[in-house]
Design a protein around this ligand. Structure first.
Ligand SMILES: [Zn+2]
Length: 157
């Protein structure tokens, strides 16, 4: 940590040139090269270096240039693929939005038992036997959250 980056390291200049040509931003180059080489590259150091190397103007898009993606793969890998995100959400929802019939009896509330902290999601038909409110104690009427997380989700979607 804190070591001044030495641009004489083998491959350092080439790496900068390649990353720059790939369209990688200076701050991204900074973090990538700090990991790949000895010492810490600063943004100023990169800007200064590419200025001296005459890399100032790069084409915004590199049309027709073969790109196997290997240089930017590290960046892309950090993003979670949308399919996986969706699966995670579905998993969370499945866990949270349990069937109303699974709501524990001791959690269920009648209209008279409901307090500000109880989820007031109605289950069943009002006035019929077996009607109850969810009663989960994570709601807060004072904070304008009349439902527990699972039921709030169901109400808004
Ligand atoms: Zn609820």
């Amino acid at each position: 940590m804190g070591t001044i980056f030495n641009w004489d390291q083998p491959g350092a200049i080439d790496r900068l040139k390649t990353l720059w040509a790939e369209g990688v931003s200076a701050s991204m180059i900074m973090s990538m090269m700090s990991k790949e080489f000895e010492g810490e590259v600063t943004r100023n150091s990169i800007i200064g270096k590419k200025h001296r190397l005459g890399l100032e103007s790069r084409a915004p898009t590199l049309v027709g240039r073969p790109n196997d993606g290997s240089l930017t793969k590290n960046i892309r890998q950090k993003k979670t693929p949308p399919a996986e995100v969706k699966r995670n959400i579905e998993r969370i929802e499945k866990k949270m939005v349990a069937k109303d019939s699974d709501i524990p009896v001791e959690q269920r509330k009648t209209i008279w038992e409901l307090q500000n902290c109880h989820c007031r999601f109605p289950v069943g038909d009002v006035g019929t036997e077996g009607f109850f409110f969810c009663g989960h104690p994570s709601a807060s009427l004072n904070e304008n959250r009349p439902y527990c997380e699972a039921h709030a989700l169901r109400v808004t979607t």
